[in-house]
Design a protein around this ligand. Structure first.
Ligand SMILES: Nc1ncnc2c1ncn2[C@@H]1O[C@H](COP(=O)(O)OP(=O)(O)OP(=O)(O)O)[C@@H](O)[C@H]1O
Ligand SMILES: Cc1ncc(CO)c(N)n1
Length: 274
């Protein structure tokens, strides 16, 4: 069985972070593991508090995994401060894992900050070079590239600027745009386009976590980067289509194995599916 590690924050409400990652891994039939970087008291509406795990403990969790288990892919999510970033980067340098997908999480869907805004330079210099794929949403791509994104050409320009900062592939996600949900992958040579109809729902808590974990799973399973993104786009679109009316704010995406296997053609179930 392929083994995939998530290094990220814990969302106690279960829709994003480590919890979304592990659900996504299971739905893909890969063995999921987790290194917790921050414990976040959050729900579908707000972030109440963040407690970072110490850098030493982050490093020890990563050692515990790598000294024992061969890791086929790593997904990295919320890294709230520079010391967390440095601890993770030190271990990426030491273990040199394959298939590193980094989601540069800055804000929750409800706008609450999850990364210290003063850590953006550290994110670029310390973490970004380890990414086989970096998956910024539009506000994150704007912060990293330092340009304003208002159309598809701007997404491509930002992708190129971010690629030049040292990651191997960049996927600028269009979840925050208007119109269809268009994501653009830049490999340094070519642009690839992944488009789905925008689904009219407020239940998009954890979409970025789910998407990046699906990509990491697909890479672990041996797919090429464009194929991994293509399959993951199908997965996230289906998971949003079947998202759950849980909580008072942005509800979570839905994961189950048949949903993945049957792709977009699954019939709607009874019960609390939207
Ligand atoms: N309403 C929607 N309909 C269809 N696809 C969507 C919708 N919202 C987001 N997506 C898709 O979901 C994926 C995740 O993108 P998004 O921009 O939402 O990530 P994110 O903002 O990083 O998420 P997170 O809230 O976890 O930080 C992308 O493929 C995006 O196009
Ligand atoms: C822990 C955590 N990671 C990522 C996100 C972004 O969705 C979130 N809301 N919470």
């Amino acid at each position: 069985m392929k083994k995939v590690l998530s290094i990220a924050g814990s969302d106690c409400s279960g829709g994003a972070g480590i919890q979304a990652d592990l659900k996504t891994f299971s739905a893909h039939g890969v063995f999921g593991m987790s290194v917790i970087v921050s414990v976040v008291a959050e729900n579908t509406s707000r972030v109440i508090a963040i407690q970072d795990i110490t850098p030493d403990m982050i490093e020890k969790q990563i050692d515990a995994v790598f000294e024992d288990i061969e890791v086929d892919a790593v997904k990295i999510g919320m890294l709230s401060t520079e010391p967390c970033m440095k601890a993770v980067a030190k271990k990426l340098e030491q273990y040199k894992p394959n298939n590193v997908v980094i989601d540069p999480v800055m804000y929750a869907k409800n706008g609450c900050p999850l990364m210290d805004p003063n850590s953006i330079d550290a994110l670029i210099q310390v973490i970004l070079p380890y990414a086989d794929l970096l998956t910024p949403n539009i506000p994150e791509a704007e912060k990293i590239s330092n340009i304003e994104i208002i159309n598809t050409e701007d997404m491509k320009t930002a992708a190129k600027l971010i690629y030049d900062m040292g990651c191997k592939n960049v996927l600028v996600k269009g979840g925050h745009a208007i119109g269809d949900a268009l994501d653009i992958l830049y490999s340094g040579k070519e642009f690839y386009y992944f488009e789905s109809q925008r689904i009219d729902t407020q239940n998009t808590h954890g979409t970025g976590c789910t998407f990046s974990s699906a990509i990491a799973s697909n890479l672990a399973l041996g797919m090429t980067m464009p194929a991994a993104v293509d399959q993951a786009k199908e997965y996230i679109t289906t998971a949003i289509k079947h998202s759950l009316n849980i909580g008072k704010g942005n509800g979570p995406t839905h994961h189950f194995y048949d949903l993945y296997k049957n792709g977009l053609h699954i019939k709607k179930s009874e019960g609390d599916l939207c």
